[in-house]
Design a protein around this ligand. Structure first.
Ligand SMILES: NC(=O)c1ccc[n+]([C@@H]2O[C@H](COP(=O)([O-])OP(=O)(O)OC[C@H]3O[C@@H](n4cnc5c(N)ncnc54)[C@H](OP(=O)(O)O)[C@@H]3O)[C@@H](O)[C@H]2O)c1
Length: 250
């Protein structure tokens, strides 16, 4: 039986190339996209908007009913929006942090033996983007999913009232979303224990719609880090942050 891989944000960029590489590598791949017609032919295209609870629930139902579950989940869908205000902060965290939390929460019950989860993050979300004491809180490894969602709400509220910088947050919703995603990755790895390998990956700066034409890496090179983490065996690492298969600092 082929291993089943689910990849969010499969319409373009790193997600699309990851779908193609996993299909080439012998996986039965579902490409999840807001418009499934955009998913490459190597995969089945399922509709998914990671910000929409009903869409996420319908996606999880299809995975359970039509595939019987999944082995690999790549939480890749993400945004890097222009500008910086409370609206941008809320939307960025909704896609980049709450998106993976929603999708993983809905799919968790349908994980098959040897499950692997990859959260596509960014070196921009390293801990140094936060000032103490916030940095120490995120570094502690003690923040739960609920704590991280509460802190994300606090960030948005503090952006709205102009106090976020004094509180130690950067003026980048993208950085906050990825440092939160990294902290959540550690929490999820501990939560799932032997039931799954869970890692965050930075693909580097990649020439996609998000990375722009001047980025240093082609999309194949960026996707290779994701594919590496998606194909880890049961003895592979869990709860880490990796680029090009090598551990990097949170
Ligand atoms: N490119 C880089 O240099 C770089 C560096 C570090 C990390 N990353 C991370 O790598 C991941 C992929 O980035 P990329 O460069 O491939 O970006 P991209 O080319 O802009 O593609 C983003 C993908 O996310 C999907 N998406 C956005 N909002 C969504 C939503 N609400 N529901 C479902 N899908 C949604 C998009 O779908 P639509 O087509 O429907 O919009 C698209 O498939 C992101 O998590 C990004 O933060 C990228």
């Amino acid at each position: 039986m082929k291993r089943i891989a689910l990849v969010t944000g499969a319409s373009r960029g790193i997600g699309r190339t990851t779908v193609e590489a996993l299909a080439e590598g012998g996986f039965d791949v579902v490409g999840a996209a807001r418009d499934p017609a955009d998913v490459p032919r190597a995969a089945r295209g399922f509709a998914l908007d990671v910000t929409d609870d009903a869409s996420v629930a319908a996606f999880a139902r299809r995975v359970a009913d039509e595939l019987g579950g999944w082995h690999v989940l790549v939480n890749n869908a993400g945004v890097a929006l222009d500008g910086f205000d409370a609206k941008v902060a809320r939307r960025t965290l909704d896609v980049n942090l709450r998106g993976p939390i929603r999708v993983t929460g809905a799919l968790r019950a349908h994980a098959l033996e040897g499950a692997v989860i990859v959260n596509v993050s960014s070196g921009i979300g390293e801990l140094s983007c936060l000032r103490p004491p916030l940095r120490a809180r995120y570094a502690s490894g003690e923040l739960s999913e609920a704590d991280l969602l509460e802190l994300a709400d606090r960030f948005v509220a503090e952006v709205a009232d102009g106090t976020h910088a004094a509180a130690g947050w950067p003026s980048s919703a993208y950085a906050v979303s990825k440092v939160s995603l990294n902290a959540w990755t550690r929490w999820l790895a501990a939560e799932l224990g032997d039931r799954a390998r869970v890692n965050a990956v930075c693909p580097g700066w990649v020439r996609t719609d998000m990375g722009g034409p001047h980025a240093s890496r082609g999309v194949d090179e960026g996707a290779a880090s994701v594919v590496w983490a998606a194909t880890l065996g049961p003895d592979g690492p869990t709860g880490g942050f990796f680029r090009d298969g090598a551990r990097i600092e949170f």
